[in-house]
Write a protein that binds this ligand. Sequence first.
Ligand code: FES
Length: 448
Amino acid sequence: MKKKYQQFQELCCLCPCFLELKCLVGVVFLDAMTSQKAKTVLTLNAEAVDSLKDGINFKKSPEDGKCYIIYKNSDGLRACKNQCKHQGGVFIKDIEDLDGRTVKCTKHNWKLNVSSMKYVNPPDSFLQDELEVEILEDGGLQLVELSPVDPWLADPREPQELQEGEVKVTYLTHACMELQLGQKRFMFDPWLKGPAFARGWWLLHEPPADSMDRLCAADLIYISHMHSDHLSYPTLRDLAERRPDVPIYVGDTSRPVFWYLEQSKVKLTNINVVPFGVWQNIDEHLRFMILMDGVHPEMDTCIIVEYKGHMILNTVDCTRPNGGRLPEKVDLMMSDFAGGASGFPMTFCGGKYSDSWKADFIKNERKKLLNYKATLVRSLQPKIYCPFAGYFVEAHPSDRYIKETNHKNSAEDLNALINKFAPEIKTWTPKPGAVLDLGLALKDPNNR
Ligand code: FES
């Protein structure tokens, strides 16, 4: 199934990323024949977007005549196909719904609330598959369909009992976790030394002293995306000197994760570009699948790791992982939590960008992120949830103003919110070196 890079030069000629990939050495593309695809089904220009009214909007594609529903409110836009889950009937406005959120199927009167994408008749029944809404730079938008929507359901495996010590999750620092899964060690997003984003971000936590040894001993490494707090060349340079052939896996994003590899002079010889939504079998018990982000499919990814039928979901920094469609009731879910990752608006001044405007803005953004994460976790019902990938600080002296004003969410605040609304979900807030024994924790959530 593996194809050598040289054989892929031909394929890459067909792909717009060829210019960036053609000189990479040691990059292997894994078979993409059955991968998950993102397809644009409807495009609206800026004028059409401006004319969308609050509430329900019915739209038709001029290309193929297919119909879509776009719901607009102060939180933004949601969209789906105008196609009933029952037997494919077409929805029309439900005149009995005074709130303007519900549509009614013309075939057998099923009703769908498009503000929540839940069917209300039959009650508590189905969820409508959502389309991704991508806002374009010119003010237009695209509706994007992921297909298949839930590829992890392919070839399901029954969970087997885990022994004590069989699956251990060790938090190292920021987004770097080590998973020991039977005899294999799987490392996520190793940023272990040096700053990220030039000298803008620094590790908040010192990683454990043996972190680099652990990284060099890994059987496989996943790098979620190209941002330098996940793809850390200072870390990879040290790794390459000791383990140049360590298998590294990245998603097949249109903006390649390792676009800078050759210029960096870091010699890594076993980089594998993985198609989206396809299980990668590592041994008889261990497999993983990389999924794309719905908002930034060109560069951001997340991952499901499965060992003996137990799933670990890491949504990393994704804004809307896999378009919001994710496996429920996984054994462990981890995600970012902090916010404050952008230089906006703290690096702006003058005009409306007063200190109080900026403080209000980031307070609002942080609150929205906290609520979104809590809602997502609550809806997915993982057995254990761990916020991570937000442990950075703008420590350089020249960034003191940003450090003092760019407040971030705390992992404890998010966990408190989750504990309040979903007490059955156990939360884990690790410090560097902390270990979760998954087998023990599943038997007794208070025993980690
Ligand atoms: S097809 Fe929609 S209710 Fe039957």
